[in-house]
Design a protein around this ligand. Sequence first.
Ligand SMILES: [Zn+2]
Length: 297
Amino acid sequence: MKITLSWYGVSTFKLEIDQYTIFLDTYMDRVPEADDVGLKSKDVKKADYILIGHSHFDHMWGADIIGKNTGAEIIGSYETIRIMSEEGVDEKQLIPVAGGESIQISKDIRIKVLPSQHSCIWAKSGSSDDICLGDLNLDIRQRMKNVDEFLNKMSGSDESPLSNTQKHRRETDQGVRGEGGALAYVIDTLKGRILWKDSPGHWRGIINDIKPDLAILPSAGRGNIDGEPIQGSLVDFIDKEIELIKPKEIIFSHHDDWMPPSTKAYNMKPIIESVNTKYPKIKITTMEYNKEIELLN
Ligand SMILES: [Zn+2]
């Protein structure tokens, strides 16, 4: 069995296991100010499966195009699947999941879907080692208001002429409600176990002791533990998540500057230093856009 992985920015990866091509998220068509990830959704020629972690545009945008062009089956939340259906993807390709489902790819590859949590975009956040406190037990209406403000700020000014970010936010608006529910995926293969999730949040009882050979973990924003924002920094969140999951190897994602000028790259140095100190046995592999690596050798 041969397993390779290519990164296309944010939490989008192409995972190839022997003859199977599995996209993990599909966001590759970005603003012109962002670095080129080396692939556009319209140029994807082969995909067998598309796993979507949640239905925000920086994860799901492009999934309908790849689905239509390749016939790939799309696995995602009921909200992701509703949007794919509205975009005209053939119903036979659509598999809605909520967590708990298994998908058998071949006799040697099986995917298990887990309920997860999205980062707390309704709460204060800072750079990777900024300690953020508070924003606990907010009423859902307050959270929704804060999310609207966060998204409006991210879109940038709507003065004419529109900025590229504003144009992009309008173009990628597929009518999603919230993030549609966040999911994590455990991919079991003959060569080992891979955990992929695309937002820094979790249910402690669910990710406890997954013990993957490789964990692909997003590193951006305010971490979410059991529905509430971490009282601490992103460094603290990653440490806690690793303590629960117990991976042998980690690849970080979502730390790149994916929609400048609204986004900034996260400084990974404090995160990597903390992991190296607390968990010296864990290997951290750094990826570059569109540079394939071989996994689990
Ligand atoms: Zn999101």
